[in-house]
Design a protein around this ligand. Structure first.
Ligand SMILES: *Cc1c(COP(=O)(O)O)cnc(C)c1O
Ligand SMILES: [Zn+2]
Length: 499
């Protein structure tokens, strides 16, 4: 069905449906070498550093004014073309060379921005919103990057540049769930295999790739060990790597920033965007996204960026503790058990991206505008529970963001007149195991968390005292017994609720 463009202002009609444009290429962060995107590439063949994707003709985007871009994106919101309903609403900034016919859309992106209630905002002392990236198809933000990565693979397949793709990734749980989901949509052209650290992902996260039909391998050790195996595999065999080493993942995740800009009507003044840091792909993408919109004049301020790390997995925080840029030195850490398990990474793959992009972000801002704070495991868990007991659906990593906001506020990094946007990176139900252990006071000591009775919530079994009044599927109660059962149980509940 051809969309009716007559309803849009005449001057933007030609831009509503994007045509493939631009020339994308990989650029090495180590030696600046450039490579064609028609090859499957994850690190520089020359110096082994990670890559980022650039658009050789990015300057053409400036031929359209920032105000016009804003209108284009606002109008695109009304379209009913699936390829433009997700992250590719921002096609010119996400993957301009990908034709709409190669775009994979499974319902990702445009996740809700939910303002915290007055009670919660009061206890934090800052106005803030959660952006619920757990409301993506596989229930985490990783779907943004996978939609981009798998669209780029579909494009290579459509162009007959690759065939019989085997996609692999290592994961703290959510990358594999997203990879398996998107790959299975392209089956049988794409098959996926995921490597998980044994017993270091939640049962929901293990069920997801199994359910999508991926080949699932569990490896002893932690994520960083899995990652090394996957890197070895992708260096030696013809497989597609879907970890955030894959620069397409970063491109797709930039959509998070574009959506925030659009949701706040392009006004980024006084805004603070807070994300957890694990492999550091997401914070790289979020900063890069805002920088691109800023260069194109779509936003005229860069929001403050705060990355948050647990005290049990804090290599990026430690790196930035050294104030002198020249003296900073990255040292991987050995992780300890963390309830923010999806971010429990001691040697982040995207560290070179963070260093480079954060440097540029601060330069363009004309002042320090990127901060990294460290939080305690106790605070991650307590703030997650407090958020969710006030109407949110945040995972432990989202709890980490809120703990980070509280810490940043206390340190004066965030002031009372600013507005924070917190990334609820996954849905709470993926991480309900941690909530369960907290409530049952069964969290192993190594987490360093003391459950607070104020948050604990356990089910209360209400049963009649008379065993003859207990109904079962096998033995249904007679009419009068059933009336007595209902009476008895309602009476007990009413008493518990002080009715
Ligand atoms: C992957 C993930 C993170 C960490 O993101 P990075 O890009 O690895 O820094 C945080 N939270 C959740 C829920 C994740 O799945
Ligand atoms: Zn290089």
């Amino acid at each position: 069905m051809k969309p009716n463009l007559d309803i849009f202002p005449e001057e933007i009609r030609p831009y509503i449906i994007p045509e493939p444009k631009g020339e994308l290429y990989y650029k090495c962060l180590g030696c600046d070498a450039e490579y064609s995107i028609e090859k499957l590439l994850y690190v520089c063949p020359e110096c082994n550093q990670v890559l980022l994707i650039h658009d050789r003709h990015e300057d053409r985007l400036k031929n359209i004014s920032g105000a016009t871009w804003q209108k284009i994106f606002d109008c695109r919101k009304m379209l009913k073309i699936p390829a433009l309903k997700g992250i590719y609403r921002y096609h010119e900034f996400i993957g301009p060379s990908i034709p709409l016919s190669s775009i994979l859309y499974l319902g990702e992106g445009h996740t809700p921005m939910v303002e915290a209630n007055p009670l919660l905002q009061d206890s934090v002392g800052v106005k803030f919103y959660y952006k619920n990236d757990g409301q993506n198809p596989s229930a985490s933000f990783k779907d943004r990057g996978m939609a981009s990565a798998l669209s780029s693979i579909k494009y290579l397949i459509d162009q007959k540049l690759v065939s019989d793709v085997i996609a692999v990734c290592a994961s703290t749980g959510d990358t594999s769930a997203a990879a398996a989901l998107y790959a299975s949509y392209l089956g049988p052209l794409v098959k996926s295999a995921v490597l998980l650290p044994h017993k270091k992902v939640t049962s929901a996260q293990l069920a997801q790739p199994l359910g999508s039909g991926a080949k699932v391998f569990e490896i002893p050790g932690v994520f960083d060990d899995c990652m090394k195996v996957v890197e070895h595999l992708s260096g030696k065999y013809p497989v597609v790597l879907l970890n955030s080493k894959n620069a397409w993942r970063i491109l797709g995740q930039e959509s998070y920033s574009y959506e925030i800009a659009q949701d706040f009507d392009w006004d980024m003044g006084g805004k603070v965007v807070i994300v957890p840091i694990g492999n550091a792909g997401n914070i790289s993408a979020v900063m890069n996204g805002f920088l691109k919109f800023h260069r194109a004049g779509i936003i005229n301020r860069l929001p403050k960026i705060i990355g948050v790390q647990s005290e049990h997995a804090d290599p990026v925080y430690k790196y930035y503790l050294e104030p002198d840029e020249e003296k900073r030195e990255f040292v991987p850490v050995d992780t300890r058990p963390s309830v923010a398990q999806a971010a429990m990474i001691g040697d982040p793959v995207s560290m070179p991206r963070v260093v480079k992009i954060a440097g540029e972000y601060n330069r363009v801002s004309g002042q320090q505008n990127v901060f990294v704070v460290q939080v305690k495991e106790q605070d991650i868990m307590d703030w997650q529970l407090q958020a969710n007991q006030n109407g949110h659906i945040t995972c432990t990593q989202g709890g980490e963001c809120l703990a980070g906001l509280v810490s940043a506020r206390a340190q004066g990094i965030v002031t009372g007149d600013e507005t924070a946007i917190l990334d609820a990176t996954a849905h709470a139900i993926k991480f309900s195991g941690f909530q369960d252990m907290y409530f049952k006071k069964e969290l192993p000591e190594s987490y360093g968390i003391q459950p607070d009775d104020a948050f604990i919530n356990l089910p209360d079994l209400i049963s009649p005292d008379d065993p003859d009044l207990i109904p079962s599927q096998e033995k249904r109660l007679g009419k009068s017994d059933f009336t007595r059962f209902v009476d008895d149980v309602s009476g007990k509940i009413a008493k518990r609720l002080d009715l």
